[in-house]
Design a protein around this ligand. Sequence first.
Ligand SMILES: [Zn+2]
Ligand SMILES: [Zn+2]
Length: 144
Amino acid sequence: MPSTQKIKRSERGPVLTRQRQIVLDVVRSGDHHPTAAEVFMSARETLPGISFATVYNSLRFLKDAGLVREIAFGNGASRYDRETDRHDHAMCSACGKLVDFDLPGTVALTRSAARASKFKAESVHLTLVGLCPACRDGKSSTSS
Ligand SMILES: [Zn+2]
Ligand SMILES: [Zn+2]
């Protein structure tokens, strides 16, 4: 590693370079599951000199270290998730908002999915696609 990089030790887990720590902070700072491009935009506010390649490589490192999760949706860009435990997602087909939820009964679902596919199951991940409350009400911002 270049000796010019400041090393910051996190509470636990691997030692992160400043760039990786910033990238991790960006992913952890919200619950909106940013894309690599969105992480890059936010990281640049903290560290103007950071390159997209650095952000991308940091995300890959953090994913391999188990600190973030990558969620790939068919054609769309991968989104990055601070929540690394198994959970399900609901995605808005209008605004692209992605929220976390836990569905009870995924164990039974995994079993029947394994039976149907003849695969040995490891995990199942559900994505509900539909309209988020704001889009359903025809509002662009949330109100109560
Ligand atoms: Zn929406
Ligand atoms: Zn999530």
